[in-house]
Design a protein around this ligand. Sequence first.
Ligand code: NAP
Ligand code: ZN
Ligand code: ZN
Length: 347
Amino acid sequence: MNATKGYAANSATENLVPFNFERREVRVNDVKFEILFCGVCHSDLHQVRNEWGHSQYPIVPGHEIVGRVTEVGADVKKFAIGDLVGVGCLVDSCRECDNCKKGLEQFCRNGSTGTYNGKDKVSGAITYGGYSNQIVVDENFVLKVSDKLPLAGVAPLLCAGITTYSPLRHWKVGKGHKVGVVGLGGLGHMAIKFASSFGAEVTMLSTSQGKEKDAARLGAQHFSLTTDADQVKKLYAKFDFIIDTVSASHDYNTYLQMLNTDGVMICVGAPPTPSQIMAFNLLGGRKSLAGSMIGGLPETQEMLDYCAEHAIVSDIEIIEMAKINEAYERMLKGDVRYRFVIDMATL
Ligand code: NAP
Ligand code: ZN
Ligand code: ZN
């Protein structure tokens, strides 16, 4: 077995603490790699605190993982020792259902395996994520990472990046479209970068006045403070698309009213509690309320390649592993510009 160091939470009410565990032996199709950086996603916090109700403890979070290959199984074709690689939210799926065959492994009919808080399809063991010094993953769920980009800034692309890239591509967002991005955090800042890179006119819809300058630097042409009723009123019927990245309960109706005729509001944020929708906000203007979840493996690779070509990375604050609990509290306050990334050398 592979003795591994990490950080885990032992219950929904406890801080993350050092945790030693074993990774599986490298199977014939597996890649083992040393984790160099791991991003801190709000989904980590939701799951550590069991806000979605399906957490298994101990939980080792982390699904924005980049590192360097240290061992490959006998049948591995795509990777060699020394390669830079990444792993996102998925480490396995059935590979046989219609969705898997289309490269939509995130929607596997038989249940994809989460990088953490999932169940290994072979051993049945709980999966442990990227807040750790090494990981073993089937090569089909490992991504190639370019050496052209600063590696720490690439880590958040594996979740925040693909989660915003995928819906923008699916709905063919680009030149001539007006896009509103709700919530300027990890996902929100990547949504601005991609939407503006695809040629859309972007408005940042934020509850934090202090983020206005950053929004402009990230590529947003406009900024509106959504706690100011007068500013909200002016946004009536303004957008073709809205991407909602908010992590906490909020009123979707406010934003649906900002959609133009045939507009689409795409939810990617995953608040733990349900919301009420006023049907009239969809009826008038024939609007759609949609959702999107991460992206499949082929599209995640496409996104990484796009980022390498266009020099797109996440804006990050590097932290030591031991600062993770403090980082969660800061993330809850919206005090992160715009993604924490753990330097695994500090573990
Ligand atoms: P984050 O960095 O904490 O950003 C969330 C942002 O939402 C905050 O910066 C804040 O922006 C805004 N916000 C927070 N509380 C709010 C409230 N009560 N009302 C209005 N706005 C509020 O989180 P993240 O990592 O980007 O993740 C965002 C959400 O997406 C989480 O729920 C996460 O679980 C989910 N997620 C979903 C997927 C998927 O596949 N669909 C993938 C990854 C993450 P402002 O200060 O600008 O208002
Ligand atoms: Zn995530
Ligand atoms: Zn499947």
